[in-house]
Design a protein around this ligand. Structure first.
Ligand code: FAD
Length: 548
């Protein structure tokens, strides 16, 4: 996911034998607070530990954050990925850690992929069964071609993909820096409607595109987004070749917590984040305040936890969703500039809801004797459920159905309903598509459901910039470069997927965690090896364009 805003090759940085950097020996053992035990916080804490620092991780909910595993109460069996569930192979920084931790993956059964086996697209009450795109009516090929054409028309699509493939950083920057001012104010739907390709076709083509979309399914709930957000996804193939994690995505943060790195400074062999913390992260943070040195100069930063314990740190990494820094945590206003506070407040979060049921076996693979087809398929529909995904765990093993995965307005429809009400409505929708299939008779245990906007530890699923938001994201992203900040604004580093350019993708949680590590290392007098410059060392060369 070589991101065009800041195309720093994090995968090369991570795999370089010289390592990510070091701090002076007198700094070894220095405590650094990390707020949040999600992927970003744990990556940051893990790398700080390897440098010989002492990360102190605070968590208000449970380890894993938005890579949360859902299980029916009290039952073993398959794990539902309530947050991230399909990880693009192009997310090489994410896979750097997945591979290190011995994580096994398999292709995610996205629509029209071999892993799905078959797909049903049901729009306007008409269902189309397909094993490959070639099985669909010509209409869908025309929609798909219009999408390809409109990307090429004004967004240098092929040239950008080639530059990304070749790691031609200068070309990536040149192409992107020209597009940012042109498209920051253009919405996704605005871009489609004004494209030659779609404007030559009746409205139904755009409508169907919104409902069926590309890669993972329909994207019309993202039509209000800045078109730059969509380009960031498709340029780097984030929506293609996605894998699921066998055993659930939560395994990654859980294993990071327990993993003892092979080489680390200062700490004895066998040290892990878990062992540094006596097995548990510290409780959630309620306040972050700047202490003053004698004479009033800015001093360390005091972090207070839920039960009133206070500890002071020379550096703090905050990885919780940034809204929480004003809405749930009492953060000293002077820690950030007003412009940064504005950027935090203007972040836009998507809502998202998922509902899973465990079923006795992957019954959808049964063959309907009349049609000779599977009785049920990965399903995209314009009904309430929108996307239904079938997750097999082996023949005759309990399996999972993600009855519905929705975003934004589609997710808000589920918000006031409890799990049973959600499932009843979802089964009703699916009955219209599969009248002869009795899904309910296969369900075992309680349904598993989530609405991320309803959880006070998150307040939303993930960020997604609206038109005109580029400047805010640029402020958030570049905040780890603090040399020119006023002294009172230094020492707290933001990370996490809403600080990245790719909200909603775990790779951005990893890479912003690495930016924060670079920032902390730099502040504590450390540096990267000359042969392996880090994100801050190459910042001037690669930095995101600044709009006036
Ligand atoms: P988080 O996981 O949010 O971690 C922050 C942590 O801070 C949380 O554990 C939270 O409890 C904690 N916290 C909050 N307040 C406090 C406090 N006061 N004190 C201490 N701790 C606090 N990515 C993909 O790559 N592929 C996908 O398919 C995908 N799908 C997704 C679908 C959904 C519905 C969602 C929600 C996310 C999805 N993502 C996906 C994104 C991926 O899950 C995230 O990028 C990643 O998990 C974010 O990690 P993070 O560490 O940045 O944030």
């Amino acid at each position: 996911m070589l991101n065009p805003d800041f195309p720093f090759p994090y995968d090369e940085y991570l795999s370089h034998p010289a390592g990510l950097g070091s701090v002076p020996a007198e700094m070894h053992g220095t405590e650094v607070a990390v707020i949040g035990a999600g992927l970003s916080g744990l990556v940051a804490a893990y790398e700080l530990m390897k440098m010989g620092l002492k990360p102190v991780v605070y968590e208000s909910s449970r380890i894993g954050g938005r890579l949360r595993a859902g299980r029916p109460d009290g039952q073993a069996g398959p794990v539902a990925d309530l947050g991230g569930m399909r990880f693009p192979r192009s997310g090489k920084s994410f896979f750097h850690y997945a591979d290190k931790l011995g994580i096994e993956t398999s292709p995610f059964p996205n629509p029209l992929t071999p892993a799905a086996g078959s797909t049903v697209i049901e729009l306007g009450g008409r269902a189309h069964y397909a094993e490959t795109t070639a099985d669909l009516p010509q209409f869908f090929a025309d929609v798909s071609n219009a999408w390809d054409d409109c990307l090429e028309e004004r967004a240098h699509f092929a040239a950008m993909q080639e530059a990304i493939r070749n790691r031609d950083l200068a070309t990536i920057k040149r192409l992107w820096n020209e597009l940012v001012p042109r498209f920051d104010d253009v919405s996704f739907s605005g871009y489609l409607a004004t494209s030659k390709a779609f404007s030559a076709l009746p409205f139904e083509y755009r409508e169907a595109f919104g409902q069926v979309g590309f890669g993972t399914g329909g994207w019309d709930t993202n039509f209000p987004d800045s078109f730059l957000e969509i380009l960031r996804v498709v340029y780097v193939d984030a929506d293609a070749d996605q894998h699921r994690i066998i055993g659930g995505a939560q395994l990654i943060p859980e294993r990071l917590w327990e993993h003892a790195p092979g080489s680390l400074a200062y700490w004895p062999a066998g040290t892990s984040l878990s062992s540094l913390h006596g097995g548990h992260p510290r409780p959630g943070v309620t306040s972050v305040r700047r202490l003053k040195n004698d004479g009033g100069a800015p001093g360390d930063i005091a972090v207070t936890d839920r039960w009133g314990s206070v500890a002071a740190y020379p550096a703090v990494i905050a990885t919780c969703q940034s809204w929480l820094l004003s809405a749930r945590i009492d953060v000293d206003e002077s820690l950030f500039s007003h412009k940064l506070w504005t950027a935090i407040e203007r972040s836009h979060y998507m809502q998202s809801s998922k509902t899973f049921v465990v079923v006795d076996r992957p019954f959808w693979k049964d063959i309907d004797p009349e049609t000779g087809r599977q009785v049920m398929s990965t399903t995209l529909t314009d009904r309430l459920t929108r996307g239904t995904y079938l997750l097999d765990n082996g023949p005759d093993q309990p399996a999972l159905i993600c009855l519905s995965y929705t975003w934004n307005d589609d997710a808000l429809k589920w918000l006031p309903l409890d799990a049973d009400e959600r499932v009843r409505l979802m089964l009703h929708s699916l009955k219209q598509i599969y009248p002869t299939v009795d899904i309910a008779s296969h369900i075992i245990g309680d349904p598993i459901t989530v609405s991320w906007e309803d959880d006070p530890n998150f307040m939303g699923a993930f960020s997604d910039n609206l038109p005109g938001h580029y400047r805010y994201q640029e402020r958030l992203y570049t905040h780890f470069m603090q040399a020119s900040h006023e002294q009172r604004h230094r020492g707290i580093f933001l990370a996490g997927d809403d600080i990245s350019w790719t909200g909603g993708w775990a790779d951005g949680a990893v890479t912003t965690g690495l930016n924060a590590v670079w920032g902390v290392m730099n502040q504590l007098g450390g540096s990267t090896p000359t042969e392996n410059p880090g994100p801050g060392d190459r910042f001037e060369e690669l930095k995101p364009i600044r709009l006036p």
